[in-house]
Design a protein around this ligand. Structure first.
Ligand SMILES: CCCCCC/C=C\CC(=O)SCCNC(=O)CCNC(=O)[C@H](O)C(C)(C)COP(=O)(O)OP(=O)(O)OC[C@H]1O[C@@H](n2cnc3c(N)ncnc32)[C@H](O)[C@@H]1OP(=O)(O)O
Length: 292
């Protein structure tokens, strides 16, 4: 453990050029990307930003994507954006979750940079004072579900898409902060039932347990409902709103602030273990077989 801790710290310090971790890794390099993986469109009348994930084929969450997402949130906060609607440019996938290629046969230092980027970007989205809505217009397994859960409100296009934290089905374990997000939405009983079986919920099932807040039949409706949700805050003083959100989300925020490095060590240990690597290999093979 201690060895991993030291080497991870070393890699992160090299990568981000600072001595104080983990705060320092929040300052990503902001090199302009020639082909953005995320499109941002701010409505000039309402000041609400539609943030569209556009990383074909399935919006997997890898380091460049997560860095870009972190940068987008920071920029929107700086510009005092009135709302953030997270959606996808795909017709069938919101996000396929973590990019397994960031974990499969990856060196430990690469895994460490990946996971730290995920932790920081997640925290930025989860705690932002900007009202956030996920317009879930496609499947949202695992990390894709986490993204949606990190928003304050979820509108899902039904009936054919699915959502859930399916990690156990892959032989891996969703970390505590994934679980906290799920519990905040559906409560402890449904969280245990859902996560131990790795259940993927249909949109209707998701609505029934409170995993999503509203069902609609297409993306346009999802965006319209997302705008309506954000409009509810027009007359609420932003600071009161922001602090109330922080208090409500205190458990997840505290977990990440206090346990970031422990969480990182656990991830690198577990993900690099032979059994997790074997599980990922089999899963990738199954995905490949399915797509051919
Ligand atoms: C290990 C320690 C603990 C870690 C804790 C980790 C916490 C969270 C874990 C995750 O988020 S793991 C990722 C879980 N994701 C999934 O289970 C989803 C897998 N994907 C799918 O089910 C399907 O792709 C889809 C999202 C339903 C879309 O189906 P569709 O038919 O539209 O597309 P495909 O043909 O299946 O896929 C296209 C292409 O993308 C590749 N791919 C899909 N998902 C991933 C992924 N998560 N990572 C990397 N690559 C992925 C898939 O293999 C295809 O590749 P090609 O064959 O075109 O090369």
């Amino acid at each position: 453990m201690a060895g991993i801790y030291r080497s991870t710290r070393y890699v992160l310090q090299n990568a981000f050029g600072s001595r104080s971790l983990p705060g320092a890794v929040r300052f990503y390099s902001q090199k302009p990307d020639p082909a953005p993986l995320i499109n941002v469109d701010v409505d000039s009348k309402t000041g609400v930003a539609t943030v569209t994930m556009n990383s074909p084929p399935v919006n997997t969450l890898n380091t460049p994507f997560l860095n870009e997402m972190g940068g987008v949130i920071k920029e929107l906060e700086k510009n005092k954006t009135r709302g953030l609607i997270l959606t996808s440019s795909s017709n069938s996938v919101f996000s396929a979750g973590l990019d397994i290629m960031e974990m499969y046969k990856a060196p430990r230092d690469q895994m460490a940079v990946f996971w730290t980027t995920l932790q920081n970007t997640w925290l930025s989205l989860y705690r932002t004072g900007i009202p956030t809505v996920a317009a879930i217009n496609g499947h949202a397994p695992a990390g894709g579900c986490l993204l949606a859960l990190s928003c304050e409100y979820r509108v899902m296009v039904g009936p054919k898409f699915t959502i859930g934290l399916n990690e156990t089905q892959l032989g891996i374990v969703a970390p505590p902060w994934f679980l906290i997000c799920m519990r905040e939405a559906v409560g402890p009983r449904q969280t245990e039932l859902a996560l131990t079986s790795g259940k993927m919920f249909t949109a209707t099932e998701a609505l029934n347990i409170g995993l999503v807040d509203q069902l609609v039949s297409n993306k346009e409706e999802a965006l319209a409902e997302a705008h309506k949700f954000i409009a509810r805050f027009a007359k609420i003083p932003p600071l009161a709103r922001k602090l109330t959100k922080e208090f409500t989300r205190q458990e997840g925020i505290k977990y990440m602030e206090e346990k970031m490095l422990d969480d990182l060590e656990t991830f690198v240990d577990v993900a690099s273990s032979p059994s997790a690597q074997k599980g990922m290999e089999m899963y990738l093979e199954a995905l490949k077989k399915k797509s051919t």
